[in-house]
Every structure is written in structure tokens, then in C-alpha cells.
Design a protein around this ligand. Structure first.
Ligand code: FAD
Length: 421
């Protein structure tokens, strides 16, 4: 193996660890860019790479299935990938450029790490049947089976995934309760004011949302039977879905010499600082040159884009491209699409079109005299316009003038006099 990757077309080895969205995009971008060397894709799950967002949406409510992103034939024959599924990376030796796996060592010239994130678990709840998190296809099968059986469902955590699970249970006509420790759902992602609009969405659909509630214990003999809250309330449950966030899957990199700090620390080109090693997706904490700060996102769009850029830069280390983005995510609750762009840290949140009470509106986030973020509910025609404004550094006044011109929804403007965070 050469000490550093040369020009595209050399017989070299690109290893990608993590066979999901970012890993797949890394492979595809390498081939699209003309890389003719060997590609090894290592994935801990036994499944072909698949898309995660439907796991908590159509797959759970029973309206959709889970085809893989690409067939095995496409991966092995068209993309010429040496596919190692059911194989877990357990260590990295950067001196010898070797990934240690449960199925032996794999040498690399260039390495893209895309091991994503794993769901956080409630301590001490692993022994009970019927208690699940939702990160993988196997998790989703278990949750769907319980919903098929008409489970009384308690969701712990009113974040994206918890709220989508509740929504799927509701669509099936099942009774569902959400227990959330914070005062409103999604407070970290959209701020308190708009978190309240999200709470209202749950309540409009009859979901029993209990904010400011802590979980004292999950009760049951073998299988879960109830959730006991800190105020003594007992919630009967056959299914408990724990949606309390995720942590970057970087445990296997301890001691490797990579800098780990809530993710794999990278520069704006997704370079870890260790020759040949790049990171992408939910596992990467990179410096976002557009927002001038390091961040780790758990969003589909940035994971996909980072995978492609990381592979490109890993194969062309002499001319790396920076990756910057205005963060974007979406989430589907009941009949509502929630979309957010930008940053939540803001001095003011203002509804500029529609009405939160109708579940259809645009809200803008101000940071100083700039537009920092935008949230829409059922505003699919609007959201990317605000992303472009943020990208272009629009001032608050420009954003308000733009919003006034859009005339989205019946209502004109209304200020929500609360902090966003
Ligand atoms: P992952 O998708 O987490 O993939 C990492 C892969 O690496 C996994 O297959 C894992 O098994 C593997 N791996 C981990 N450790 C190792 C190891 N040591 N060795 C080998 N393999 C390893 N985003 C949105 O913007 N909108 C949504 O609506 C949305 N819905 C979502 C719903 C669900 C249920 C989930 C779980 C996520 C959702 N997301 C959504 C987030 C989005 O799916 C993620 O941002 C995206 O999947 C990240 O891709 P990734 O490739 O970085 O990581």
C-alpha cells in the first residue's frame, strides 16, 4: 500500500466503515469520481444498507415496506464493492493503516468512518421484554410486531423519533402516551415557542402528552407491564419505546489516536487530522464553515452529503473541498410535515405566515439582525427558500420583507415574545 492516496485510478484500497447512508454515499461518490481501486464496505448490521427515516414512519404505521437502498447485485457488481456485512469494526491502527474487525484485519490507504449513532438506553431497563429503542431495522420490526398486536404504547421522549412512533400508533387507532422530561417536545431542536406548537399538534390528535414528567421505573415480570412516573402515576404498557436521543458510535475508536469529543472531530474538509482518515454522517463532529462552528448533526441530508465529500477528499487529499451546510431536517407527525433549517439559537421567533393553531405556518428565528433559522409545518413550498436566504446571509428585515411577499397562509404576522432556546 502507498503511504498516501495518489491520483484517482491507482490500485488502492478505500475502506468505508458503516454500511448505511453516509457509507453508501461515500462508495457511490468514489466510483462516480472515477476511483478504480478496491472498495471495502464494512457494516455491523446483517442487512444491506437501508434508509432509516421510514423506520419510524411508513414502516411503523403499516403503509410502507423497507427495501434496501441498493440491491446486493448493484453493490457487488456495478459498484464493485467488497461488502462485509455482519462485520463490526473493533479497533483502528492508524500507524499500519489497519481496521480491526470481528472477521479479521482490513488494510486501507484511505478510510471513511461512517458508523453513525446508537440509541441511548434507559439504564436498568434492558431485562424487560417489550422495551425497545428505534434505530435499526431489527428494532423497527420488533416495534411493528408489538403495534400489530395492538400494544398499549408508552413512548419515553417526545423528540423526533418518539413523536413519530406515537403518530404511527395513533394512525393505527392505538392508545399512546408520551412521557417527556422537558417542558415541551423538541425544545433543543426548535426552541420552546415552537416546541409548544409541536405539543399542540400531539394534543390535537388526542395523544396523551405528559411533559415535565420523569420515569421512575418500568415495572413487569419478564415483560413490561407499566411505566411508573416520578409523581407515582402508573401507565399500563405492553410496549415501551425509548426515544431519548442517540450517541455517536465511536467506542471502537478509543485509543486510536483520533480526537473524540461527542463524535469524531474533523476539520471543514471532514479530515480527522490522521493521514488518510475522514469521517462523515452522524458520527462526525466537523467544523461547519458556513456557520463558523463545530457541530455534529443527526440529519439525513447532511449525512448523505458528508459521505460523498469525505470519500472525495479521502481520495484527493491534496485538493480537499470544504463541506458546509445550513442544517436541515424534517419529521412527519400525523398529517403534518415539520421542517427546520438553520440554527435554533435566536433572540426572537416570529410567525410570519399561517397559524400554529391550524398546524400550517412559517416561523422565522432572529439572531441579532440576521435570519438564523426557519421552521415550517406543512410549508413544503417555503422552507428551502429560507434556507437559501440563510445561506446568502439575509438580514432579519430582508427575511421579513420576503416572508410578507410570500403571503403564506391566511394570517399576516404575529410576534411570539419568547426565547427560542
Ligand atoms: P447510521 O445511519 O446510523 O449508520 C451507521 C451504520 O454504521 C449502521 O448501520 C451501524 O450498524 C454501522 N456501525 C456502527 N458501528 C459500527 C462498527 N463498529 N463497525 C461496523 N459498522 C458499524 N433524519 C432526518 O433528517 N429526517 C427524518 O425524518 C429522520 N428520521 C429518522 C428516523 C429514524 C428511526 C432514525 C433512526 C433516524 C432518522 N433520521 C432522520 C436521521 C438519519 O436517518 C440519520 O441522520 C442517518 O441515518 C445518518 O446516517 P449515517 O450513515 O451517518 O449513520
Amino acid at each position: 500500500m502507498s503511504a498516501a492516496p495518489g491520483p484517482v485510478g491507482d490500485p488502492r484500497t478505500l475502506v468505508v466503515v458503516g454500511a448505511s447512508l453516509a457509507g453508501l454515499r461515500a462508495v457511490e461518490s468514489a466510483r462516480r469520481g472515477g476511483f478504480g481501486g478496491r472498495i471495502v464496505l464494512i457494516g455491523a448490521e446483517p442487512h444491506l444498507p437501508y434508509d432509516r427515516p421510514p423506520l419510524s414512519k411508513a414502516f411503523l404505521d403499516g403503509t410502507g415496506d423497507m427495501p434496501p437502498f441498493r440491491t446486493e447485485r448493484t453493490l457487488r457488481q456495478e459498484l464493485r464493492v467488497d461488502l462485509r456485512l455482519g462485520t463490526t469494526a473493533v479497533g483502528l491502527d492508524t500507524a499500519t493503516r489497519t481496521v480491526r474487525t470481528t472477521a479479521g484485519d482490513v488494510g486501507y490507504d484511505a478510510l471513511v468512518i461512517a458508523t453513525g449513532a446508537t440509541a441511548r438506553r434507559l439504564p436498568g431497563t434492558g431485562r424487560l421484554r417489550g422495551v425497545h429503542s428505534l434505530r435499526t431495522l431489527d428494532d423497527a420490526h420488533a416495534v411493528r410486531t408489538a403495534l400489530d398486536a395492538g400494544a398499549r404504547t408508552v413512548v419515553i421522549g417526545a423528540g423526533f423519533i418518539g413523536s413519530e412512533v406515537a403518530s404511527a400508533a395513533h394512525k393505527r387507532g392505538l392508545r399512546v402516551t408520551i412521557v417527556e422530561a422537558l417542558p415541551v417536545p423538541l425544545v433543543r431542536a426548535v426552541g420552546e415557542a415552537m416546541g409548544e406548537a409541536c405539543a399542540a399538534l400531539h394534543r390535537r390528535h388526542g395523544t396523551d402528552l405528559r411533559c415535565g414528567s420523569g420515569v421512575a421505573a418500568l415495572e413487569g415480570d419478564g415483560a413490561v407491564e407499566s411505566v411508573r412516573l416520578t409523581d407515582g402515576t402508573e401507565l399500563p404498557a405492553d410496549l415501551v419505546v425509548v426515544g431519548i436521543g442517540a450517541a455517536p458510535a465511536t467506542g471502537w475508536l478509543e485509543g486510536s489516536g483520533l480526537t473524540l469529543d461527542d463524535g469524531i472531530v474533523c476539520d471543514e474538509t471532514l479530515f480527522t487530522g490522521v493521514p488518510g482518515v475522514y469521517a462523515a454522517g452522524d458520527a462526525a463532529r466537523w467544523y461547519n464553515p458556513l456557520l463558523h462552528r463545530p457541530m455534529r448533526l443527526e440529519h439525513w441530508t447532511s449525512a448523505a452529503e458528508q459521505g460523498a465529500v469525505a470519500a472525495r477528499n479521502a481520495l484527493h487529499p491534496g485538493s480537499p473541498e470544504p463541506y458546509g451546510c445550513v442544517p436541515y431536517f424534517w419529521s412527519d407527525w400525523y398529517d403534518t410535515r415539520i421542517q427546520f433549517v438553520g440554527a435554533v439559537a435566536a433572540d426572537e421567533v416570529r410567525v410570519t405566515g399561517g397559524d400554529p393553531a391550524d398546524g400550517r405556518f412559517v416561523a422565522l428565528y432572529r439572531d441579532g439582525d440576521r435570519l438564523a433559522g426557519a421552521l415550517t409545518m406543512n410549508g413544503q413550498t417555503e422552507i428551502m427558500k429560507y434556507r437559501r436566504l440563510i445561506l446568502g446571509g439575509a438580514s432579519w428585515d430582508e427575511a421579513l420583507a420576503f416572508a410578507a411577499g410570500r403571503r403564506f397562509g391566511a394570517r399576516t404576522t404575529g410576534k411570539v415574545p419568547v426565547r427560542a432556546t
